[in-house]
Ligand binder design. Structure first.
Ligand SMILES: Cc1ncc(COP(=O)(O)O)c(C=O)c1O
Length: 385
């Protein structure tokens, strides 16, 4: 049997990882500035994370949500403490799409309404409502198409206000990333997020903060939306939450009340996933990773801005993007093949940096060195460009 061929693959087999480095089956070491797509939060194979999963595996890996699982409560308490959303409630699932699917569904249950406002260039996942709220028609199947979603321009407060004035009573939710990831590292303006908050209050809609990629400390605050000084009604989370162990969840403000059977999942919140997620939060706290992400990410941005060949350096903490001009468009490929460095991308010409929050200043300098060398390599190979 063959694999269903949906992923364009690099011809590399990774067999080992440690911190911000991975190794392939030929013994080559790579610097991981991509974090396996923003998933590696505390660093690959962190010893405390490995130990906690191992210990849990020997006790019990899984039992269904029909019994009390104290690890879930411990996770909720720790999440409340680190995120500062102490009075929010936690629902656990398995992925980012599922988190958003549940968030959107919950907003509709809560308001009794159907209309969702999403934004241009947003990405919210591939399940039915999440993908319908994603601004990328090729990944939306005919069955996912719905008139319930409207896409407005990102960071455009006036058009949001106008839409609410005309349709406010029908709107169940506004969903937005704090920094658009797949869309190319577009930072939501503070006043844009504040306006969403104010309009949702005024019209009784639910503010959903998709924090799957930009959340979990990556930007130097627990949620990227925190930089604007506003609280959302629901935060969706996944990626960094388990450092690679699949787990997702939503944090729900206390005014949204649960009912038995309203949401549910077989695997969500299982013992092993909770142990992994607890280990992540413990490390984030012990190693002060949010603070480190803020400081080292700011350093990286500052340094990147001094490299004349790249453009529009932007982001926050360890969620950074820059534009690659046509003259050096092979940069991502050359970084990987010649300088053994993984980076992320956003079509058509953005490089995304989404490393572990534990990436330190020496490693940041190492990346900057590789980047400058890669640019020079391309320029030497194409002297006319
Ligand atoms: C902002 C955002 N939301 C949701 C998702 C979907 O997460 P998952 O792939 O875990 O379903 C992603 C994945 O890249 C994302 O970046």
């Amino acid at each position: 049997m063959k694999l269903f061929d949906v992923y364009p693959l690099n011809n590399i087999t990774i067999t080992r990882a440690d911190g911000s480095y991975v190794w392939d089956d030929q013994g080559n070491q790579y610097l991981d500035m991509y974090g396996g797509h923003a998933v590696i939060s505390i660093g690959h194979t962190h010893p405390h994370w490995v130990q906690r999963i191992e210990d849990q595996l020997k006790q019990i890996a899984f039992y269904s949500n029909s019994v009390i699982i104290p690890l879930q409560q411990q996770l909720a308490e720790k999440l409340g403490k680190l995120s500062g959303k102490i009075d929010y409630e936690l629902f656990l699932c398995n992925s980012g799409a599922e988190a958003n699917e549940n968030a959107l569904k919950l907003a509709s249950f809560h308001t009794g309404r159907k209309k969702i406002i999403a934004f241009k260039k947003s990405f919210h996942g591939r399940t039915s409502l999440a993908v319908a709220a994603t601004d990328n028609p090729p990944i939306v199947a005919p069955v996912n198409e719905t008139d319930n979603i409207v896409f407005l321009p990102f960071n455009d407060t006036a058009s949001l206000q106008e839409y609410f004035e005309q349709h406010g009573e029908t709107i169940a939710a506004v969903i937005t990333e704090g920094i658009q990831g797949v869309g190319g590292i577009n930072v939501a303006a503070d006043d844009f997020l504040q306006t969403i908050r104010q309009l949702c209050n005024q019209y009784g809609a639910v503010f959903i903060a998709d924090s799957v990629q930009c959340g979990y400390g990556r930007t130097g605050k627990f949620f990227a939306h925190d930089h604007a000084g506003v609280d959302a009604d629901i935060y969706s989370m996944a990626k960094g939450m388990g450092n690679g162990f699949p787990i997702g969840g939503i944090l729900i403000a206390p005014h949204i009340r649960p009912k038995h059977g309203m949401l549910g999942t077989t695997f969500g919140g299982n013992h092993l996933a909770c142990a992994a997620a607890l280990a992540v939060l413990e490390i984030m706290e012990q190693e002060d990773l949010m603070q480190k992400a803020a400081v080292n990410g700011a350093y990286m941005m500052e340094q990147l801005k001094t490299i004349p060949e790249i453009q529009n350096v932007r982001g926050r903490g360890w969620m950074i993007g820059f534009d690659v001009p046509d003259t050096i468009k092979e940069l991502k490929k050359v970084l990987l093949s010649e300088y053994k460095t993984f980076t992320g991308e956003a079509k058509p010409n953005v490089i995304r940096l989404l490393p572990s929050l534990a990436l330190d200043k020496n490693q940041a300098n190492d990346f900057l060195y590789r980047l400058r060398e890669a640019i020079q390599f391309i320029q030497t190979a194409n002297p006319s460009s």
